[in-house]
Structures are given as C-alpha cells and as structure tokens.
Design a protein around this ligand. Structure first.
Ligand code: TXA
Ligand code: MG
Length: 320
C-alpha cells in the first residue's frame, strides 16, 4: 500500500490501479470509500473479502453525473428530481438496475444504489477512469467509518493498492439513502441531507427514516444491521453525562463548562455539522487508548442530528 497525495499525479496512479481491477481507497465528502471498478466482478468481490463484508450487503455505485445513470439503471421521475437538486452531493438513490450490473454489487437485488460524489479528487478519478466505481465505506465490516486517510491506513492499509489522501471528510457521516422504486420515496439511511431539505428544494415528500430493531433473518438484510460503526471499546449512549471512573472517557457534544481528565467534546458550541464531522475520528482515536468504557451524549434529533443519533445507537449496540 502507498498513500498518494491528493494531486494530479495521485489521481492518475489511483485511476490506473482501478482500471487494472485493483482496490483503491478514495476520499469522498462523507467518508473514505473502498473503490473498485463496478463492472468488474472480480474487483468487486475483493471489496467484500477485504472488508469482511457479507455478500448479502449491496454496494453503492459512484457515477460522475446523471448522464452515467442510464448505463447502469432505469430512471424514474422521483430520482430525476432528487438528483437534479442534490447531485453532486451526499445523496444516494436506489433505482431498478440494468443487467450489466453484477448481482455481486447488488447482492442479488434488482435495484442498485447510485450516488455522484462532490469531492473533487473522487470526481477527477471518475473522469480519468470513465468507470462507475463501487465503493462502500473503507472500514472493516462493522467498525467505525474512516474520515481520514490514516484511518484507512491503520485498518485496511495492507489490503489496498493505494489510499488517495484528500484530508478530512467534509460531512463525516455517510450519504442519505432514498429508495425511489416504491410508490412513496422512502429514506433508508439518514445522512447529511434531510427530509425537510428535500421537501424545501423539490416539493417531494419522502417517508422519513424509521429505526427498526432487526432480529432473526432481518439482521442480515441490507442497511438493517443494528450493530455497526462500533469501536472495540464498549460505548454507552447517555442523555445526561454521569460521573465516571478514571478508566473511562466522556464525550460531550459541546465543550463542558468544567473539564475533567478524560473529557472530550465533538464541537465548541454544539453545532451538529461539527459534531458529525468529528464523531468518527474521535471514536477511532479513543479506541487507540485503553479506556474501559466510553460514555457519549446523544444529540437533538433535528437536521443531521437524526443521522448522528442513528450512528451512535448502532455504535453502542451490543455485539451479537
Ligand atoms: O457516503 C456514502 O454513502 C459512503 C461513501 C463511500 O460514498 N458509502 C457508504 O457505503 O456508506 P456502505 O457500503 O458503507 O453503505 C451502503 C449502504 C448499505 O447499508 C447497503 O445495504 C445500502 O447502502 N444499499 C446498497 N444498495 C442497496 C439497494 N439496492 N437497496 C437497499 N439498500 C442498498
Ligand atoms: Mg459502511
């Protein structure tokens, strides 16, 4: 593995490796992705094996713009309208797939997840390869998503050809996913773009994300994994921060008035965009220290707060 600088030379090396069927970690505006040629089944299978991801969990395919969509999937009016308003950006739409997309990418489903990332380096790689790129978050399956090149290097560094360094990710939580294949568009994963923003910009009503505790067979269904995004250190979600032992860390949403040893905070003043941006990096950092337990505050469920609480709830869920 080599870490590539985020410049033209890095982009060309990354693109060349992808065209060969190699895996390359690329920055996006949400989290780092583990990318491969979406039309090369062997390359796609490497993604699953390197991440330790079950084959039943489908991948998101990244495209440069709307013009690339018809190569891969069938348009519908809702998806046209959503992508017109929010692409490039942190919005993934589910569409009916065309047959050129391997069942491996979609885990046997007849639909495919598509997104056009806004991150400039990722876009340059798409332009250079002219390939749709399958890319899940570049973390081992179930672990905290990477928002810095070093997160990828530490966990998957041995298994990728390159990591293209784009610095810290702008949003810090994964894209919003909207299923546009049912009568009423439905949010499958909350992210940086909210139902309110969608309504304001497009007039479309999207059924909001509903958290369901999965059990039995549903545990293995896409996007339904209750335990996900988890650091190795046990995490406890709290409404009000308790006093804790010296061996534990406390993570506040905003800088606390009185700071104790092993206190951390995700923003100065509670700005939820700052919280989203810093959350995964702080969890990864605290996981490197030997805390017995991490206590972390929930946020208000408004705007990107819905996505933050979703990730926190899954990160705190007990391992099966
Ligand atoms: O922001 C993001 O979306 C990042 C960056 C790298 O683009 N990618 C990402 O991918 O979060 P991943 O694989 O970690 O999450 C993809 C989610 C999974 O929960 C998967 O089940 C769901 O998308 N998904 C993919 N295809 C689907 C489909 N056809 N129907 C329903 N859910 C799907
Ligand atoms: Mg992921």
């Amino acid at each position: 593995m080599a870490r590539l600088q985020g410049n033209r030379e890095g982009v060309i090396l990354a693109a060349t490796a992808l065209l060969r069927g190699d895996l390359v970690a690329l920055p996006t505006e949400t989290v780092y992705g583990l990318a491969a040629d979406a039309l090369n089944e062997d390359a796609v299978l490497k993604i699953f094996s390197v991440k330790g991801r079950p084959l039943v969990d489908p991948l998101i395919v990244h495209v440069l713009d709307q013009n690339w969509v018809e190569k891969i999937a069938y348009w519908n009016d809702v998806a046209r309208c959503l992508t017109e308003a929010f692409w490039p950006g942190p919005l993934t739409v589910i569409l009916r797939k065309k047959s050129c997309v391997s069942d491996k990418v979609t885990a046997g489903k007849n639909t495919v997840a598509l997104r056009s990332p806004a991150q400039a380096l990722f876009r340059e790689v798409l332009e250079a390869t002219e390939l749709p790129l399958a890319a899940p978050s570049a973390n081992p399956f179930g672990y905290v998503s990477p928002t810095l090149a070093e997160h990828v290097e530490r966990t998957l560094g041995a298994d990728v050809t390159y990591i293209l360094d784009g610095g810290p990710c702008e949003h810090g939580v994964e894209s919003t996913i909207i299923d546009t294949t049912s009568d009423l568009p439905k949010m499958l994963r909350p992210g940086p773009i909210t139902c309110e923003q969608i309504f304001e910009r497009t007039g479309l009503h999207v059924a909001p994300y509903v958290h369901v505790e999965a059990s039995g067979a549903a545990v293995l269904a896409p996007g339904m994994l209750s335990q996900h995004y988890s650091p190795h250190t046990p995490l406890t979600l709290v409404d009000t921060m308790p006093e804790v032992a010296d061996t534990c860390a406390r993570v506040f949403i905003a800088r606390p008035k009185k700071v104790r040893k092993n206190d951390y905070w995700l923003s100065e003043n509670g700005d939820l965009n700052d919280v989203a941006r810093t959350l995964f990096a702080l969890l990864q950092r605290l996981d490197q220290e030997n805390f017995q337990q991490i206590y972390i505050e929930k946020v208000q469920a408004v705007g990107i707060g819905v996505a933050i609480n979703d990730r926190l709830r899954r990160a705190a869920a007990k391992r099966a």
